[in-house]
Ligand binder design. Structure first.
Ligand code: RB5
Length: 152
């Protein structure tokens, strides 16, 4: 499986977004990387606009996943989750990253540049690329219940 991934974040997450984008672009498990901004530390685009733009690409099937970085990883997750069909989580530890896909079928991983060390963030992204949701697992009916609430 190779992934089409959208990356994005605000100016507080710009450094990690660029570092993690480079990591993704160099990884054989990644088919494409689309950057929806921001373009630099002086780019004042608000995190909700970037997060929603990324999430809409996932919802539309233009991308499989999104990786969003802001200061905390919180605001981008809140915003991305407003897009129908999108499940976004904030995770900075191995178990949460694993369960976000295996239990929750989350397509969007959010991290905070002010929260997690860069090298840990890189390792978590590498793990993330190997994770796939099993639709025959016991978690499927729980994810289905989320989708049902959204009317999917
Ligand atoms: C900085 O604007 C900060 O509020 C933002 O990056 C993010 O952490 C919000 O959740």
């Amino acid at each position: 499986m190779t992934w089409k991934i959208v990356v994005g974040g605000d100016n507080a997450g710009y450094g990690y977004k660029e570092e993690l984008k480079a990591l993704l672009e160099a990884d054989d498990r990644v088919e494409s990387v689309t950057d929806v901004g921001v373009t630099g530390r002086d780019d004042a685009e608000l995190y909700p606009n970037v997060a929603v733009a990324a999430a809409e690409k996932v919802a539309a099937g233009e991308a499989d996943r999104a990786l969003l970085i802001c200061g905390t990883g919180l605001g981008v997750a809140i915003a991305a989750n407003k897009v129908k069909g999108v499940r976004a989580v904030t995770a900075h530890d191995l178990y949460s990253v694993q369960r976000s896909v295996l239990s929750n079928n989350a397509q969007v991983l959010c991290m905070g540049e002010r929260v997690v060390g860069l090298e840990l963030a890189k390792e978590l992204v590498k793990v993330w690329l190997d994770l796939e949701f099993d639709p025959t697992s016991a978690s499927a009916e729980k994810v289905d219940a989320i989708c049902a609430y959204e009317g999917e």
